[in-house]
Structure formats: C-alpha cells, structure tokens
Ligand binder design. Structure first.
Ligand code: NAD
Ligand code: DAU
Length: 352
C-alpha cells in the first residue's frame, strides 16, 4: 500500500472537519485522507479548495446513515482509521426537528462502528476517534468545570443525540474491543463557520446592519476555542491518546453572550470604519432558546498534562483573525447562504 494509514474523516466538508482535513493533508503526506461527507446545508467543498488537489486527499460523497455507503468507502480505500465528525450540529435546529439528529448522530455513528468492527481484525493497528461535545455534560451554574468524570446530563435533542453516540462508541470498546478514542470540546470559532452559529451570524449581521438577535438576557456563558486549536487537539489525541479514554478540549475562555456580542461590535466598528457604538445599536433581545443551557466550561487538564496540548492563540487574536477572514471572504458567505443552500438557510434565518 502506498499510504501508511488511510484515514476516513467523516464530515470533512463541515466547519471543524475541514480544518482537521487541512491539517492532516498538509502534515502527513504519507497518510491518505478520505473525506466522507453527505454535503448537507452545512457541508461545502469550497472549504477545502486549498488542499483538494493534494495527492493524499480524496473525497467520497456518502451518507453515514446508509450502511452500504459506509461499507463501500471502507472497502474502496481499505480504511485503517476513522476520525468521526459528521453530525447535525446546530442546537436550534434540533429543537425544531430532532429526527435528523437521531438518524445522523446516533444511527450514523452506529453504522460506522459496525463497519469498523467488521473490517478491522487486529485492534492495535487501528483507531476510531469520535469527536464529541461538552454539551453532553449538561449545564453548569456559576461555579465548576466539566471534567472527564462529570456525569452525562444532556438537555437538548442535539446533546442527547451526541451523548447517545458517545455511549455507543464506549459500548463498542467495552463489548467488542474496538480501539476507540473520544474527545469532548467546547464551542469552536474561526473561519468557514456556517453563519447560523452565534459568532459568524453576528459578524454577518453586523456587516449587513441587520438586527443582532441575542437570546434571553444574553447572560448564558460559552467557553470559546479557536477551531485550529481543536484540530491540533484531535491530531494529538488521535496519535497519542489512550485507547478507550476520552479527553476534554477547551481553552478556559468563558464569555457571556452579550459581552461577546458587544466586543465583536466594537471590533467591527473599527474594522469597518464605523462610528464607535454604531453596531451595538443593532443588538436586539429575542425570545430565549427553549431549555437554554446556562453555562459550559471545560477543564482540559488531562489533555494538557498527559498529551502536552495547549491553545496556541488568545481569543482576541483569534476573533480578529476570524473577522478579517469573513470580511475578506464575503463570496463564501454568499455561496453557503444562497443557491441550493438557500432553502435550508432561509427557513430559520432569513428574517433575523
Ligand atoms: P458542521 O455542521 O459544520 O459540519 C457537519 C458536517 O457533517 C457537514 O460537512 C455535513 O455535510 C456532514 N454531515 C452531516 N450529516 C451527514 C451524514 N448523514 N453523512 C455524512 N456527512 C454528514 O459541524 P461542526 O461544527 O464542524 O461539528 C463537527 C463535529 O464536532 C460534530 O460532531 C459536532 O458535534 C462536534 N463539535 C462541534 C463543536 C462546535 O463548536 N462546532 C464543538 C464540539 C464538538
Ligand atoms: O459547546 C459545544 C457546542 O457549541 C457544539 O457541540 C455545537 O455543535 C455548537 O453549535 C455549539 O452549540 P451552542 O448552542 O453553544 O452554539 P450557538 O452558536 O448556537 O450558540 C452560542 C450561544 O449563543 C448560545 O448560548 C445561544 C446564543 N445565541 C445563538 C444564536 C445562534 C444567541 O443568543 N443568538 C443567536 O442568534
């Protein structure tokens, strides 16, 4: 075989997946990186145009819910490892319609586990890395952090589907000895983030001078991590993490939503040469998200001490970099929110 490993990255055309694919393709020319993606509204091959001609990159359009697609890609590329990111990822959509989340996040994950179990005979030679979220731990009050020992307490249909998939991954390790690794990360931000999530939606609306919808009183807290630091963490855990274990990923960077939106407004007033305070006037408090988790905060001590990972940049640097990317890539925003994507996008976001 020409390549030392043939890694199936599911969801590689999405936000985090595209950063993982880019990192792996560039860093490991001796690995073949097979991007397996259904290209839902959230998946866009534009995200990978800087690496898609690399010799060690391949794309396979398929659905993890369809077992025959999964079998075909495993057999065609003789897959040795999986990094599983494909998912329905947006909490608001899961509240509107949970069933897609059950199908992709639960059934799709079990399909992948089944195929890996069927294809892999010698467990030492393989890794199934499942990428998950801190939302499986539920919601914190003002104090404390999520550790790997925190009990699962998912509270939205999205987090319930991710928690279920985590349990299946763990069950396949304990029952069948499948060589799994898991990571649970806090909120990511950065380039190529679909503009339905808080940060890219606010950037988009500030540019367009549209209302900035802040749910409830804006007091909910999220712990933000630069997406490229998450991709680096996945690389480290995939290679050096212990089989059967999970690792929390986060950068101790908590912000209330309203403080974050105000910070973005000030930053973008400067970038867009607007009067100080102009964008803040767009802030509009809207009806709260149903069952809105109050606070997430990750303790990543295990990842830092055992595997030597730490975030590479500050939030201020990362946010400025992100805003610069969106301002320079308006054509990307137009593409992902128009044409075939329009129907998905408009249902929830057109009038915001
Ligand atoms: P995303 O919505 O941007 O991308 C998801 C990708 O999966 C898309 O390319 C989509 O086309 C693909 N996909 C969806 N359903 C599919 C299916 N049935 N078959 C094949 N491909 C399918 O998501 P993201 O924000 O990049 O998140 C990636 C993963 O990381 C998810 O598992 C998510 O739960 C997890 N995660 C996300 C965050 C975050 O802040 N975004 C934080 C922690 C963990
Ligand atoms: O914590 C990790 C999770 O972070 C990931 O598992 C999810 O896939 C990812 O979408 C993200 O979930 P959140 O619900 O935290 O992200 P979102 O960007 O949707 O919202 C962030 C916060 O901002 C949340 O408290 C809700 C609020 N919000 C969001 C939107 C879209 C608003 O106030 N207004 C908005 O318009």
């Amino acid at each position: 075989m020409k390549f030392e490993k043939r890694i199936l990255v599911t969801g590689g055309a999405g936000f985090i997946g595209s950063h993982v694919v880019r990192l792996l393709v560039r860093k490991y020319p001796h690995y073949q990186i097979v991007n397996f993606d259904k290209l839902t509204y959230a998946g866009n091959l534009e995200n990978l145009k800087d690496v898609d001609t690399a010799e060690n990159y391949s794309f396979f359009k398929g659905d993890i819910v369809t077992a025959s697609d999964v079998k075909e890609v495993f057999e065609q590329f003789n897959i040795t490892d999986v990094i599983h990111l494909a998912a329905e990822s947006h909490v608001d959509r899961s509240i509107e319609g949970p069933m897609d989340f059950v199908m992709t996040n639960v059934v799709g994950t079990v399909n992948l586990l089944q195929q890996a179990k069927a294809s892999w005979k010698e467990e030492k030679e393989h890794v199934f890395h499942h990428v998950s979220t801190d939302e499986v731990y539920g919601s914190l009050t003002d104090e404390g952090y999520f550790t790997e020992q925190t009990s699962y307490d998912p509270r939205s249909p999205y987090s319930a589907s991710k928690a279920s998939s985590d349990h299946f991954v763990s069950a396949y390790h304990h029952t069948y000895g499948l060589p799994v690794k898991m990571s649970n990360c806090s909120n990511n931000y950065g380039s190529h983030h679909f503009p339905e999530k808080l940060i890219p939606l606010m950037i988009h609306n500030i540019v367009q001078k549209k209302p900035l919808p802040v749910y409830g009183k804006g007091e909910n807290v999220r712990d933000w991590l630069w997406v490229e630091d998450h991709a680096r963490a996945i690389d480290v855990i995939f290679h050096n993490g212990k089989v059967g274990e999970s690792y929390n990923v986060g950068g101790l960077n908590e912000w209330t939503n309203i403080d974050l939106v105000r910070y973005l407004c000030r930053l973008m007033d400067r970038k867009l040469n607007r009067a100080e305070g102009e964008s803040e006037e767009l802030i509009t408090y809207v009806t709260d998200r149903k069952g809105h988790d109050l606070r997430y905060a990750i303790d990543a001590t295990k990842l830092e001490t055992e595997l030597g990972w730490k975030p590479s940049i500050t939030f201020e640097e990362g946010l400025e970099n992100t805003v610069d990317w969106y301002l320079a890539n308006n054509d990307w925003v137009e593409k992902v929110t128009s044409g075939t994507y329009r129907t998905y996008y408009s249902k929830m976001y057109e009038n915001r």
